[in-house]
Structures are given as C-alpha cells and as structure tokens.
Design a protein around this ligand. Structure first.
Ligand code: GLN
Length: 398
C-alpha cells in the first residue's frame, strides 16, 4: 500500500442527523456526500464483513469500537462483491494496518469503492443519541459543511420504514454453490441480500445450494426439485416482501422444509400471518445473547436487524417485548411457536413450525448463524436444517 494512503486524510467532513444533531469530523474514505439511516454496531471485530453485508444497504453505519481498520482489508473476508453501507462513521481509523492477510488499507478500499465516511467524531455520543432517540435518517458530506444546509437534504431522503431494497441487492442470475464432499441435499436459497458464508455453511454439510434471484417464481423454484428452501438476510422493511412471502406460503403448503435467516425470519413470520415492526434502534453486533427456549441454552449471536416479528398478544401490537411468548399460533400450515428470544429486550429471535402431520416443517432465526463475523454458537442450526430435510425425505420415501 502506498505511503500516501497511509497519511491521515485532513479534509473536513460533517455528519447531520434528521433531528438536527451534527458532528464535525474528518473525511474518511471517499469525499462527496451520502445519505442513509444512521445505525450503530457494537462488533469489536469483523468490520470487513460488516461493510460488505448487503443488509446494510442504505444505512450509515457507526462502529462503537473506537479503532477501526487495524487489520486492513484482505481478499478473503468479503461477504459479497462490494461494500454496501451508504456511509461509514468511525472514531479513530488505523493509519498503519497490521495483519499478514492485509492487502490494502480500509481507507483505500472505501475510496476505491466510492464510500463516503467520517472519522474523528465522538461515536460514543452518537451511539447514545441513536439509542435514546432511535435510528434515523442522516447525511455525511465533505462538500456541505453547514449543518442547516445538510439537514435540509437529509429531510428529503426516504425513511427506512416502507423501503423495498432486496430487489436492489439480489443477484441478477441464478448460480450454484456445489456441495463439499458427497452431495446429500439440494436447496434453493432465495437471495434477498445473501452473505457469501451462508451457502458455504450449507455446502460444508453436503448441500448443493441453488441461489436464485429474489424475484424467482414458484415454477423456477420447483424446477430445481429442492429438498429444502432457504431465505436469506437482506436490507429494507419486511412489510415490502410481498413476493417472497407469497412464494413461501406456496412452498409451505407443499410441505417443503424451510430455514430462514434474519430477513428470512421476518418473511417466515409474515407467511405465518404475523406482523413485523420497526425496532427503536435495532440489534447490531456480535455479542447479542439469545435464549433457545427448548433447551434453555444461551447463545451469543451475531445480529443485524432493525425490524422484528410481532408476536400476538402484545399490549402494543407493534412490539414483541411484552407478548406472551409461550402461546402458540395456529396457521394454515401447522402450529407456530417462538423458538428463540433476545435476552436483552425479549424480541422474537426465532420461530418454528410444526406441520399438520405433527412433524417439524420449518424454522428460522432473526440472528446470523453463519457467523461472519461472529461467534459460532449457533452453527447447530445448519445441522438442524440437514436433520429436517433428512426426516422429510425419509417421510417422502416411506
Ligand atoms: N440482516 C437482515 O436480514 C435485516 C433484515 C431487515 N432488513 C431488518 O433490518 O430487520
């Protein structure tokens, strides 16, 4: 990496939130201006995976970890083909990265990909503000340094609620991730913003994964003759997922096993007739405690969600926090239950469905068992998907 790239950027930059709070700092990454929803993530590691996670499309991401860029950027850890965050906010960028895999600095990578960032601001104050007031629209600029002028532009931006974004990040053409070793199952993974590690975790277990665009039709899905269906994480408001929800309903009706992650959990909830709602500031980080209600075990999980599934019975219909999670819900496809719950705020973190024949049919989690980045506590969920398909194909044969 060049000496010039290692020098700290000295150009001024400004961050303005939609409620008028402004932070003056220094340009980091590309210059220019950008807008999105301001959110924070508490991961101490894994910034490369965070930046390239398509779920962050149209979000300005603040890292609460004060030193970012310490290990540079390598050629292995990207979770998609590019950086998706709309903007990046860090306290103290590393000037000299140090890691045997590093190929370039994070600053260089942000510049190459045209991602506007800001550094040198009090990210702790920003995070406390977002936690207090909620995630909100924001803008970063190196051109407009007058807070009122930048605020006027922020207020013209669309809100995250109601935004249909999966169509902007999904793959154009279907592709196949081959099974590693002996092929045991074929799965269709609907790409709503899938991360690279997700099909890999399935392939490691003998699953051949056919990744299909978010717009794939029922006929296209069935043409693959899948043993199971998977729906991925992704950006935007789950209320906009009309097509994937209708598709999933038809597949559940046919009794095809299902596994969903994050957006895939919200689509599953909607297919079961449940609602979704926007959390005040969301869950983002790699140290989020979740209770598996069946085993009583606690998992430390990677999360990145701003919306959640609303469980019936909540006093406030737009929340899961006070809902009676022991209650089951009857659906056209069988009985639905809450399988996992957040130990921080009682939000629904997982759902399971027992089919009309009394056998497990489908499940999903709101967090990220692919763990890129994050702890591997939840890897068992991929094994559970394999078990589900094993039972289902035996069922079919008997
Ligand atoms: N990572 C995800 O799949 C996020 C899902 C959804 N966009 C949310 O913010 O809740």
């Amino acid at each position: 990496m060049s000496q010039a790239a290692m020098k700290p950027a000295l150009k001024a930059a400004l961050l303005v939130l939609e409620d008028g709070r402004a932070f003056a700092g220094t340009s980091y990454g590309a210059t220019g201006e950008t807008f999105g929803e301001a959110v924070f993530t508490t991961g101490m590691t894994g910034y490369q995976e965070t930046l390239t996670d398509p779920s962050y499309h149209r979000q300005i991401v603040t890292q609460t970890a004060p030193h970012i860029g310490n290990t540079g950027v390598n050629d292995e850890d990207d979770e998609s083909t590019k950086i998706w965050v709309a903007g990046y906010v860090v306290r103290d960028p590393a000037r000299v990265p140090s890691n045997w895999r590093a190929k370039r600095t994070l600053d260089e990578q942000l510049k190459t990909q045209g991602v506007v960032g800001i550094s040198g601001i009090d990210t702790r104050a920003l995070t406390r503000h977002l936690r207090e007031r909620g995630a909100m629209r924001a803008g970063i600029s190196t051109e407009i340094l007058d807070p009122a002028a930048l605020l006027a532009k922020v207020l013209e931006q669309p809100a995250m609620a109601g935004s249909d974004l999966a169509s902007e990040v999904t793959v154009a053409e279907a592709y196949v991730v081959p099974a590693e070793g002996e092929k045991r199952f074929t799965v269709v993974a609907l790409d709503l913003g899938i991360k690279t590690m997700t099909p890999k975790r399935m392939a490691e277990r003998g699953i051949e994964v056919h990744v299909l665009p978010a717009t794939a039709s029922l006929e296209e899905v069935l043409a693959v003759k899948p043993d199971g269906i998977f729906m991925s994480n992704g950006p935007g408001d789950p209320e906009t997922t009309e097509h994937p929800t209708t598709l999933l309903k038809a597949l559940l009706e046919q009794g095809i096993p299902y596994f969903g992650i994050c957006f895939g959990n919200q689509v599953f909830g909607r297919a079961l007739g449940l609602g979704t709602f926007k959390l005040k500031y969301g869950h983002r980080g790699i140290n989020q405690p979740v209770l598996d209600r069946a085993t009583g075990k606690v998992e430390i999980t990677a999360q990145n969600h701003g919306f959640a599934v609303a469980w019936p019975g909540s006093e406030n219909q737009h929340s899961a926090v006070d809902a009676p999670l022991d209650a089951t819900v009857e659906t056209p496809y069988g009985i639905a239950e809450v399988s996992h719950v957040s130990l921080n705020d009682n939000v629904v973190e997982g759902l399971k469905l027992t089919g009309r024949d009394g056998k497990p049919l489908a499940f999903s989690v709101q967090y990220h068992p692919e763990a890129a980045a994050g702890p591997h506590d939840s890897a068992y969920l991929f094994d559970r998907f394999v078990e589900l398909m094993t039972v289902s194909t035996e069922k079919g044969r008997s």
